[in-house]
Design a protein around this ligand. Structure first.
Ligand code: CP
Ligand code: NVA
Length: 299
């Protein structure tokens, strides 16, 4: 059966743990200058309906390290953007490449694509989830602090795709997640309801941050919500991660952000550029974690 990676739930907790260990190993191999090219001649198709810096470069570089290659596709220059059905695009592309990653709007687009694909499909961000980022975040946590099991994580900000993937991660990696979001920006109600054992919701950022081992946030307006930006800046004003928030977290708490960040909005410059921030490791680990994912799906 073809395995896909549309959400973190597509892998078991045991598989996820093994994948992180492999990511750490691949990172060490690269640092040692070791050549490892198990996927010569293999091709990754990359379909981007939204902008990207980290995701595109990490997937493309990862395939190059492995001896394979990647093809960048956007709606502007493919029939996908001119209304060719997703099902047909999936049937055609998956006869030509070995693996496909998609960054899109509706999560259903990914599900439909995967249903009709002969090869593994990776979610490189949808409006609902961003599971690849969580692999990198969990690797980063592990490298700095060891196991995240039983730890306390605070998500402060929009109940968006990243927040939803943190909800899945709480169950899959065994941590407690405390979410603080403004009333009209809370995460998906069904997802929350099915994770009551490991996730809480408040609208008080200090309450969520209190005693946390890890503080995480993301932009206030995600891709596709640009026209709401002005209103969102007003609605999220009290949710900035700054020294007042970090002061109530554990003294050794880490700060993460998937990037791109807006200093002075969701995070103050002194926090993102400060001693507790691990955002650059987090960004680099996109490369190593996704290489481990590619290897898992292609082997
Ligand atoms: N964090 C992340 O996915 O970054 P890009 O949008 O640059 O890919
Ligand atoms: N929530 C953000 C994440 C960007 C990597 C967005 O969807 O735009």
């Amino acid at each position: 059966m073809t395995r896909h990676f549309l959400t973190l739930n597509d892998l078991t907790p045991t598989e996820l743990d093994a994948l992180l260990q492999r990511a750490i190993e691949l990172k060490q191999m690269r640092a040692a200058g070791e050549r490892y090219e198990p996927f010569r001649g293999k091709v990754l198709g990359m379909l981007f309906e939204k902008s990207s810096t980290r995701t595109r470069v990490s997937f493309e570089a990862g395939m190059a390290h492995f001896g394979g290659s990647a093809i960048f596709l956007s709606p502007r220059d493919t029939q996908f953007g001119r209304g060719e059905p997703i099902e047909d695009s999936a049937r055609v592309l998956s006869r030509m490449v070995d693996l496909i990653m998609i960054r899109t709007y509706a999560h259903e687009t990914l599900e439909t694509f995967a249903t009709h694909s002969q090869v593994p499909v990776i979610n490189a961000l949808s409006d609902m989830y961003h599971p690849c980022q969580l692999l990198a975040d969990m690797q980063t946590w592990y490298e700095h602090r060891g196991s995240i099991r039983g730890k306390q994580v605070a998500w402060i900000g929009d109940g968006n795709n990243m927040c939803h993937s943190y909800i899945n991660a709480a169950r899959q990696f065994g941590f407690k997640l405390h979410i603080a979001s403004p009333a009209n920006y809370t995460p998906d109600a069904k997802l929350l309801a099915s994770h009551q054992d490991c996730v809480t919701l408040t609208n008080d950022p200090l309450e969520a941050a209190s005693g946390a081992d890890l503080i995480v946030t993301d932009v206030w307006a995600s891709m596709g919500q640009e026209e709401e930006s002005t209103q969102r800046v007003l609605d999220f004003k009290a949710y900035q991660i700054n020294n007042n928030i970090m002061a109530v977290a554990d003294n050794d708490a880490l700060f993460m952000h998937c990037l791109p960040a807006h200093r002075g909005e969701e995070v103050s410059a002194d926090v993102i550029d400060g001693r507790q921030s691990v955002v650059w490791d987090e960004a680099e680990n996109r490369l190593h974690a996704q290489k481990a994912l590619i290897e898992f799906l292609l082997k």
